[in-house]
Design a protein around this ligand. Structure first.
Ligand SMILES: Nc1ncnc2c1ncn2[C@@H]1O[C@H](COP(=O)(O)OP(=O)(O)OP(=O)(O)O)[C@@H](O)[C@H]1O
Length: 301
């Protein structure tokens, strides 16, 4: 049984005549035990997609299933734990009090000590929330999400406010959670975080799926190269050199900065040959990083 199944999901806001298509036809399946990053620029639709998985909002059309039932039922059954961007903690409670009060509301078996341990908060149990650092507060939210012993953890930008060390520790504990069989889905802006901690990346832009696969596969999707070279004169719009570059097969993007051009292309050899033959110099060819793959895939087409 899949953890999450989205079939042609749309979520539109605003008037029907000219809606904001926050999510515009997402179809994907996430299996148990996967660690999946939902990656996309601001406004891509990540939070909206997550809200639908959590049953906080209904899709305009399409279906969202979580453990083969509706998101709401899955939440009610305690199968989903979430760490969201918004939603504060009560500052005057201690870490332990925060957990015991929420556990009491959820009427779940007492797992407070266990989740304190899992979120590495045991030593801070007596500390007031207001005295906890940003990263520690994120760990408290994490502990809250674990109270119902969920099968799926959904995290919206979970490491916001954490420094590098805290981030690494956080992901080490997340890996333990995944090994214990939980599915982990997190939204992030950080390419590096997706690259380092996810097994799979779902890249979205403008509510649409741009890429979905193992990290290396998403990277390879732009198996193209980035080339930069200088001409002897500044290139302006209308320059025949520029027109010739645009006309080359496989060229997907050109940026001009004075006499320097930066080109993204599917194959670099033909473009490199053309550049050198047309008198360009200082040629640099780079393999794509996830960053460049991300930019290439999320840029306006
Ligand atoms: N309640 C709403 N009413 C109208 N428009 C909305 C609403 N919620 C989201 N949107 C719009 O839908 C689009 C997607 O927003 P969403 O918050 O899902 O993106 P995101 O990828 O999570 O962005 P960020 O990384 O900035 O959090 C944006 O254009 C946003 O302005």
């Amino acid at each position: 049984m899949a953890s999450i199944e989205l079939v042609d999901v749309h979520k539109h806001f605003g008037p029907r005549t000219h809606p904001v298509k926050a999510v515009d036809g997402l179809t994907t399946t996430i299996e148990p035990g996967e660690i999946v990053a939902i990656l996309g620029p601001n406004g891509a639709g990540k939070t909206t997609a997550i809200d639908m998985v959590l049953g906080l909002t209904e899709p305009t059309s399409g279906t969202v299933r979580v453990f083969d039932t509706t998101p709401r039922r899955a939440v009610q059954a305690g199968r989903i734990g979430a760490v969201m961007q918004t939603g504060g903690l009560l500052r005057d409670l201690s870490v332990r009090e925060t957990l015991t009060s929420i556990a009491a509301l959820q009427r779940v078996p007492d797992r407070v000590d266990e989740v304190l341990e899992q979120a590495k908060l045991t030593a801070l149990a007596g500390r007031r929330v207001s005295k906890c650092s940003g990263g520690e507060q994120q760990r408290i939210k994490m502990a809250l999400a674990l109270l119902t012993d969920p099968d799926l953890l959904v995290l919206d930008e979970p490491t916001a406010g954490m420094d590098v060390g805290a981030r690494r520790d956080f992901w080490a504990s997340m890996r333990e959670q995944a090994r214990a069989g939980r599915t982990i889905v997190f939204a992030t802006h950080y390419l590096e975080e997706a690259q380092d901690f996810a097994q799979r990346i779902i890249l979205i832009g403008k509510g649409r799926l741009l890429a979905d696969g193992p990290v290396a596969e998403v990277q390879a999707m732009t198996s193209g190269r980035s080339l930069a070279a200088s001409f002897t004169h500044p290139l302006t719009e209308g320059d025949p050199q520029l027109a010739a570059l645009r006309a080359l097969p496989g060229v997907t993007g050109i940026e001009v900065n004075g006499s320097r051009v930066r080109i993204t292309a599917l194959g670099s050899d033909a473009v490199a040959r053309h550049l050198l033959e047309s008198g360009a110099h200082d040629l640099v060819i780079e393999a794509p990083t996830l960053e460049s793959a991300f930019l290439a895939l999320t840029q306006e087409k």
